[in-house]
Design a protein around this ligand. Structure first.
Ligand code: 9MR
Length: 514
C-alpha cells in the first residue's frame, strides 16, 4: 500500500508541479523559483525566493538548509542537479543530501558534493537510487560553515531511464514473537541488569524504543557520549582565549536517548569519558587549534577536570539519577605486551592519566555512580595480564569500582575456557564486573550457524551466572542484527524484524542448551 501511495503521489507530482515534461517525459521535477518557493522550506533556517533564486539565511548549523519533500519511488534511479552561490567565504563545500524516513525513523545520505568559490554559481550533480522509505526530503547543506548564507537555483530531479518503476512488492514485515517472548530484564531481575547499546537514530524511533523498553532496563549510547560527540570544539575555542583549560560540552546527540531513558525509568551506562579514539586531536593542542603545540600536562589535566566536571554537572542537573555508571577510560591497554597503548593522553599527561581520570570522575560524579575501566580481548593472555596490572594499580587509589568486559566474540573464538580464565582472574580482584558490549558473530545466517551461536551465548551466560554476585549488568552491543557494527556476520539476539533468534532463547534460558 505504501508503495502504491508513493507511486500515485509521484505521478500526481509529475502532473502538478512546475515540470518540464517536454524532454521526452524524463524530467521529474524542475524548480526555477520563478513563481515562489515552490514547496521549499527552511530546515532550521529562513528561505526566501526572489528573481528565480532561493536564498537561505539565518543558519546556525551545517544541516540548516533549504529542503523540499519529494515523492520518489523506492528503487527508482534519479539524477539530481542544482546551482549554488555563496558570497561570504573564499570557498565552501556543499552537499545535496536526502533525509528519508521509514516507520517514523529518519536517516540521511549525502548524494552530491562540490566546492563553491566566492561569487561563482557552481553546479552540484549527483545520482540517487531511492531506498525503501516512506518519505524523502532533498536538501542542500554546507559541510561545516554553519552560518554561511547561500542561494540555490535550477534544482532538477531527472529519471534518465524513464519513469522509475516501483520495486516489486516484498512480503510485509512480520513481527511474530514479540508478545510471547520473555523479557531479558525480567529473566535476570535480582541478579544483574540486562541491556543493549542504542544509537541516536534508534532513540527517535518510538516503535523500536517500545521494543527496547520491553526487553532491557539499561542502555548505553552507542556513540553519543563519546568525546567526539560531547566536546564542543567551536565553543571551546571561543572560551580558550581567557583560560586554556576551559572546555565546552554539549549533548545534542545524546539527548533523545537520555530523554527516553528518563521518561521510561531505564538506566543509562555512560560510554566513555577518556579514549584514545574518537577524540578531536585539537582537544590536546594550544588554543584547540590543529596547528597548535601540545599543551602542558597541567593544562591538559585542567581540561580533563573541566570536561568531566561539565559532563557530570549537566547530567546531574538535567537527568538526575539516569546515568548510573561510566566507562571512565576505554581501551587503554595495547594488544601486544599489555602495556598502555600510545595515545595523546599518554603523551601529554603521562602514564598516570588513567589514575587522574578516575580521581576526577570520582570527584564530580554523583555519589553512588559506578566507575569502570572497559576493554576488549580480555581473554588474550598478555592483554589479560596488562589489564590485571592496570586494575590493581588503579584499585590502590580507590577510585575505580569495576571492569567492563566488552566481549566482541565469534563462535568459539576465544574459547569458553579462555573467557572463563579471564573472568576468574579479574573477578579475583573483588571488583564489580559487567559485560559491556556483548556480541558473537556467526558468519552466514544459516540454521547451523545460529544453533552454534546460541550454544556459545548459552555458555557465556552460564559463566556469568556463576559470578552473578559480581556482575552488575550484561549488555549486548546492538538491538537487531542489521543495526550491528558487525551486521555482516549476524552477531545479535534479534533479526532485523526483531524476531528472536536461537541466541535469544539461549540467553533467556541458558540451561535449555546442554
Ligand atoms: O558500535 C560503534 C560504532 O557505531 C562506531 O562507528 C565505532 C567507532 O569507534 O564504535 C563502535 O562501538 C565501539 C565501542 O565504542 C568501543 N568498543 C568497540 C565497539 C565496536 O567497535
Amino acid at each position: 500500500m505504501r508503495r502504491i501511495l508513493a507511486l500515485l503521489t509521484a505521478l500526481a507530482l509529475l502532473l502538478a508541479c512546475a515540470v518540464s515534461l517536454a524532454d521526452e517525459g524524463k524530467t521529474v521535477y524542475v524548480s526555477d523559483f520563478s513563481a515562489g518557493a515552490d514547496g521549499w522550506y527552511g530546515r532550521g533556517a529562513s528561505v526566501a525566493p526572489a528573481g528565480g533564486v532561493l536564498k537561505t539565511t539565518g543558519r546556525q548549523d551545517s544541516w540548516n538548509s533549504p529542503g523540499r519533500d519529494f515523492a520518489l519511488v523506492p528503487g527508482g534511479y534519479y539524477e539530481l542537479g542544482v546551482e549554488v552561490l555563496q558570497e561570504q567565504l573564499d570557498s565552501a563545500s556543499f552537499m545535496v543530501s536526502v533525509a528519508h524516513t521509514v516507520n517514523g525513523a529518519t536517516s540521511y545520505e549525502n548524494l552530491a558534493r562540490g566546492t563553491v568559490k566566492k561569487g561563482e554559481w557552481t553546479a552540484l550533480k549527483g545520482t540517487y537510487t531511492a531506498g525503501d522509505y516512506d518519505t524523502f526530503t532533498l536538501y542542500v547543506e554546507t559541510v561545516g560553515a554553519g552560518t554561511l548564507s547561500f542561494s540555490i537555483r535550477g534544482f532538477t530531479v531527472t529519471a534518465p531511464n524513464g519513469e522509475p518503476a516501483p520495486r516489486p512488492t516484498e512480503p510485509p514485515m512480520v513481527i511474530s514473537a514479540v508478545d510471547s517472548m520473555p523479557a531479558l530484564k525480567d529473566v535476570y531481575a535480582g541478579k544483574f541488569d540486562f541491556g543493549s547499546c542504542v544509537n541516536m537514530m534508534q532513540a527517535v524511533n518510538p516503535v523500536l524504543m517500545d521494543f527496547v523498553g520491553s526487553q532491557f532496563n539499561i542502555v548505553t549510547p552507542e556513540n553519543e557520549l563519546k568525546p567526539d560527540a560531547v566536546f564542543d570544539l567551536a565553543a571551546s575555542r571561543a572560551l580558550v582565549t581567557e583560560d586554556e583549560t576551559a572546555v565546552a560540552v554539549h549533548f545534542d546527540r545524546a539527548k533523545p536517548l537520555l530523554d527516553w531513558a528518563q521518561a521510561n525509568g531505564v538506566k543509562v551506562h555512560g560510554h566513555t569519558l577518556v579514549w584514545h579514539s574518537q577524540t578531536s586531536p585539537e582537544f590536546f593542542r594550544e588554543g584547540y587549534r590543529g596547528s597548535g603545540k601540545y599543551v602542558t600536562r597541567e593544562v591538559m589535566l585542567g581540561r580533563l577536570e573541566n570536561y568531566i566536571k561539565g559532563i557530570m554537572a549537566y547530567l546531574d542537573e538535567n537527568y538526575p539519577g539516569v546515568v548510573v555508571s561510566w566507562d571512565v577510560v576505554n581501551e587503554a591497554v595495547d594488544d601486544g605486551p599489555g602495556n598502555l597503548r600510545g595515545s595523546p593522553w599518554l603523551t601529554v599527561v603521562g602514564d598516570d592519566y588513567l589514575h587522574r581520570a578516575f580521581e576526577l570522575a570520582r570527584k564530580y560524579a554523583p555519589e553512588g555512580t559506578k566507575l569502570y575501566y572497559n576493554d576488549y580481548n580480555t581473554a588474550s593472555p598478555n592483554k589479560l595480564n596488562g589489564i590485571y596490572r592496570l586494575l590493581s594499580s588503579l584499585l590502590q587509589e580507590g577510585n575505580i569500582d569495576g571492569y567492563g568486559f566488552q566481549m566482541h566474540h565469534a563462535v568459539g573464538q576465544p574459547t569458553v575456557q579462555q573467557i572463563t580464565a579471564a573472568v576468574e582472574k579479574i573477578a579475583s580482584l573483588g571488583v564489580s564486573l559487567r559485560v559491556s558490549e556483548l556480541d558473537v558473530t556467526c558468519g552466514k545466517p544459516t540454521e547451523a550457524a545460529f544453533t552454534a551461536q546460541a550454544a556459545f551465548y548459552a555458555d557465556v551466560m552460564k559463566l556469568i551466572l556463576r559470578y552473578a554476585d559480581q556482575f552488575e549488568a550484561v549488555q549486548v552491543w546492538g538491538i537487531t542484527d542489521d543495526a550491528s557494527w558487525r551486521s555482516y556476520a549476524y552477531p545479535l539476539l534479534f533479526d532485523k524484524n526483531r524476531n528472536p533468534k536461537p541466541a535469544f532463547w539461549a540467553v533467556a534460558d541458558p540451561d535449555s542448551i546442554k
